[in-house]
Design a protein around this ligand. Structure first.
Ligand SMILES: *Cc1c(COP(=O)(O)O)cnc(C)c1O
Length: 342
């Protein structure tokens, strides 16, 4: 089976398993786990932020970030295709009382700056108070598009004019950096906070980091605890995360090359509709004819052919390349795709 459902299916490497087995541990809620502290220090260094916080998941990283930036009844401006809006159960609203204000995501994952500007609330008792702008990089539902530093700087400039903060959901920020050939720090510099995942393309089993200013992370640590995310001998997780950051970022370009090859092959198939030029990282979305077989039926047929993909709409599916998927796997997968889609 060639599993292209998500880069979350990646398994920890041998080096990660060894590091986990021999990790030096302590009680991290008491601030005494040296391996967690080392991971947080490395994450802060790589992102160029003052401090970082290890949390169990990307969803919790975003929730903690929003809770730390916004109070109840305050508003976050975010894209209508944002993971935070689409796939996190509306947690910032249900848990934090934070009001979401969506603006359309463009196909490249950006939000038009004039639309964001027009969405910032005036000081009027009818309105919630705008507190935060949230961006996503790479943008999952927008073909995995990377947002460049120039765009992030423009968002930050607008935010500064209105005394707003900027949070970046950087679940795949290392993919963005690899695709744009810039450093993660270049992408993180304009924003106040960012989250990123160890457990996707970087292949660690568990964990995300929240990064930002020291006082922000101090409050984020309190919010992690109230959500039940304070972990004790968490060095066992952090040990794999350290290997992920040291050994697994340079190879992401392989995933991007495989995704582009996959997209080019798929685009030649009669029933698959996509523009391979939009595939800059490791995510390939394929649209199907609305009159033809549904995404669910197509996914089932592909599974019978030995390829797993994920339905993302009634007539759309997604294929994601990752560690463990080779160039040969892509060629094999394309033969299976051809039997269903050509
Ligand atoms: C996967 C993902 C998350 C959430 O990560 P989990 O660890 O699955 O909770 C957040 N944002 C984006 C863009 C993602 O793709």
């Amino acid at each position: 089976m060639i599993d292209l459902r998500s880069d979350t299916v990646t398994q920890p490497t041998e080096a990660m398993r060894r590091a986990m087995a021999s990790a030096e541990l302590g009680d991290d809620v008491l601030g005494e786990d040296p391996t967690v502290s080392a991971l947080e220090a490395l994450a802060a260094e790589i992102t160029g932020k003052e401090a970082a916080l290890l949390v169990p998941s990307g969803t919790m990283a975003n929730l903690i970030s929003l809770l730390t930036h916004c109070g109840r009844g305050e508003e976050v401006i975010l894209g209508d295709q944002a993971h935070i809006f689409f796939y996190e159960q509306g947690g910032s609203a249900s848990v934090g009382g934070i009001h979401p204000r969506t603006v359309p995501n463009q196909t490249d994952g950006t939000m038009a700056l004039n639309v964001v500007r027009d969405s910032i609330r005036a000081d009027d008792p009818h309105f919630p108070r705008t507190r935060l702008i949230a961006v996503e990089n790479t943008h999952n539902r927008c073909s995995g598009s990377p947002l460049p530093p120039s765009y992030l700087q423009a968002v930050a400039g607008l935010a500064a004019e209105h005394d707003l903060a900027v949070h970046m959901d950087g679940a795949r920020i290392f993919n963005a950096a690899a695709a744009l050939n810039v450093s993660v720090a270049d992408l993180a510099r304009p924003v106040d906070s960012l989250s990123f995942c160890l457990s996707k393309g970087l292949s660690a089993p568990i964990g995300s980091l929240v990064c930002g200013r020291r006082d922000f992370i101090q409050q984020a640590r309190r919010n992690r605890k109230v959500l039940g995310g304070g972990m004790r001998q968490a060095g066992i997780i952090a040990a794999a995360g350290l290997v992920a950051l040291r050994e697994m970022t340079d190879r992401l370009v392989d995933d991007h090359r495989n995704a582009r090859r996959l997209a080019e092959g798929l685009s030649a198939m009669r029933r698959a509709h996509l523009d391979p030029a939009r595939v800059q990282t490791n995510i390939v979305y394929v649209d199907l004819d609305p009159e033809g077989a549904s995404a669910a039926e197509t996914v089932a047929r592909l599974t019978d052919e030995g390829v797993q993909v994920g339905a993302t709409g009634a007539h759309q599916f997604r294929a994601v390349t990752h560690y463990g998927i080779t160039g040969d796997d892509i060629e094999k997968a394309l033969k299976s795709f051809a039997r269903v889609l050509a």
